[in-house]
Design a protein around this ligand. Structure first.
Ligand SMILES: NC(=O)c1ccc[n+]([C@@H]2O[C@H](COP(=O)([O-])OP(=O)(O)OC[C@H]3O[C@@H](n4cnc5c(N)ncnc54)[C@H](O)[C@@H]3O)[C@@H](O)[C@H]2O)c1
Length: 269
């Protein structure tokens, strides 16, 4: 393969992608990256308005995108979206399960309803996405690529976010097992396990309800996060979107069942 063909292998022209959690943070950056690389992107989020906004930005930049409301914890809704995308666009080549929520608190006192909610979104929601996308992709001549959001919280002990870490570890095993099950049908399944990235999820520590930033609190949160990484840095959503694009595209055609870790080096496996 010559150098220009190699670079071209990151392009996803003519492919149809579904990104969950596309209204914010890593999902939004991934949607923009995939659209910039040529895909038609269906931006899905429980917050429909934010998904529509991401799609409008894609279209504004000359790409193809649409925004839809979706709660990934509702299996029927996930299946319906997959069916609708196939009917409208002829197939699904890329599906990224990025939607996620955070629940914090000491595990000994964790309320069962918190556990049920985070399992529903961060684990069952990813499984539902894999099932809906996988069923379509195994029947396609050109297969497909599924990308799941795990976390560095699956790689290192994660006190105070135990149910979150549990879900993200589950996503890794789901990714590997499904990759094995459907690899021979030409469908690849991989995960990204980001380190600390500045998004709505992590900004909650220092973004006030009115949207302004408490800068003192921000530095108090970010400084130890930076210090914990060999690179002394905090990630940006685009750092993770680059990994999503790699895993979604033919650049990673020999890669399946893997966890890619854009994490500043906070965990090295
Ligand atoms: N930010 C980080 O430091 C970090 C680190 C590791 C992993 N992650 C993972 O990356 C993914 C994206 O996180 P982010 O930081 O961009 O967070 P974010 O809060 O900015 O974005 C998450 C998006 O998911 C959507 N969402 C929540 N519940 C949903 C549901 N039931 N159905 C559909 N959409 C839903 C939200 O509306 C939001 O738009 C998550 O899975 C998260 O666990 C984030």
């Amino acid at each position: 393969m010559d150098a220009s063909t190699l670079i071209d292998s990151f392009r996803v022209d003519g492919r149809v992608a579904v990104i969950t959690g596309a209204g914010s943070g890593i999902g939004r950056a991934s949607a923009l990256a995939l659209a910039g690389a040529g895909a038609t992107v269906v931006c899905a989020d429980i917050d429909r308005d934010s998904a529509v906004e991401t799609a409008a930005d894609i279209v504004g930049a000359g790409g193809r995108g649409e925004g839809v409301g979706l709660d990934v914890s509702v299996k029927r809704a996930v299946d319906d979206l997959a069916e609708r995308v196939v009917a409208d666009h002829g197939g699904i080549h890329i599906w990224a399960n990025i939607a996620g929520i955070m629940v914090e608190g000491p595990v000994l006192d964790a309320p069962e309803e918190d556990l049920d909610r985070i399992l529903a979104v961060n684990l069952k929601g990813v499984l539902f996405g894999c099932q809906a996308a996988g069923r379509v992709m195994v029947g396609q001549a050109d297969g497909g690529s599924i990308v799941n959001a795990s976390s560095a919280a699956a790689d290192v002990p994660s006190p105070n976010v135990v149910s979150y870490a549990m879900c993200k570890a589950g996503v890794v095993q789901l990714t590997k097992s499904l990759a094995y099950e459907i690899g021979r049908k030409g469908v690849r399944v991989n995960a990204v396990a980001p380190g600390f990235v500045l998004t709505g999820m992590t900004g909650r520590y220092f973004v006030r309800p009115d949207g302004t930033v408490d800068e003192e609190m921000q530095e108090a949160v970010l400084a130890p996060m930076r210090k914990a990484t060999p690179l002394r840095s905090i990630g940006e959503p685009e750092d993770i979107a680059a990994a999503v694009l790699y895993l979604a595209s033919d650049a990673s055609r020999f890669v399946t069942g893997q966890v890619v870790r854009p994490n500043g080096g906070v965990a090295m496996l």
